[in-house]
Design a protein around this ligand. Structure first.
Ligand SMILES: [Fe+2]
Length: 194
């Protein structure tokens, strides 16, 4: 298995190289996130690097609502992925977790995000504008739901330290306090069968 650049450009390669340097030098996940922040902010500010082909909804979505999850980079050992999450206007994700630390930021459009604690109680609601991002350090901020509030499709960029689209994670029903196994998949890359 080797590194896979589904979007193979100097911008993506440069960003991933910076991320790997940061992780190698960091004393903790939180420290790594702090080191990655400037590069991640620059990626969100650059309007040019993400081709429209990777910002399209997916009618066959495993998440419903036409939501598309486009894999841009995956490390050979599956310990790091970069992907774009595309959410059409009015669509929302199920409440879900990620099971890995990383950075999540809004690239286009507007989103409302609801964050739940591990007891599935709503702990925070926040409105995101392009350029806004946060470090996801499970269990903090790991369970959430996002909804597009703009008339245009929203696109968020995720850098996470697992193969988020192919690992089995969870969706949740906060009212019933139940969870279910969930694998979101990617639009452009098939997951291996279990
Ligand atoms: Fe998410």
């Amino acid at each position: 298995m080797s590194d896979e650049y589904f979007l193979d450009t100097p911008v993506v390669r440069g960003f991933i190289a910076g991320v790997r340097d940061a992780i190698a030098q960091a004393a903790s996940a939180s420290d790594a996130c702090d080191r990655i922040r400037p590069g991640f902010a620059a990626l969100l500010e650059d309007p040019e690097w993400l081709p429209d082909a990777y910002a399209q909804p997916n009618p066959e979505s495993g998440m419903g609502g036409g939501i598309g999850q486009w894999l841009l980079f995956r490390a050979a050992d599956r310990s790091l992925t970069l992907f774009a999450l595309v959410v059409p206007p009015g669509s929302e994700t199920p409440v879900h977790d990620h099971l890995a630390w990383g950075l999540v930021g809004l690239y286009r459009g507007a989103q409302d995000e609801e964050i739940f604690d591990t007891a599935l109680t709503l702990s925070e609601r926040r409105a995101l504008a392009p350029g806004d991002f946060y470090a996801l350090l499970p269990p903090r901020d790991d369970i959430h739901r996002v909804r597009t509030t703009s008339p245009e499709t929203s696109v968020s960029i995720h850098l996470l330290t697992n193969d988020t689209g192919c690992v089995w994670r969870h969706t949740f029903d906060p009212e019933a306090k139940t969870s279910a196994p969930f694998r979101s998949g990617y639009v452009n890359v098939a997951c291996e069968e279990d």
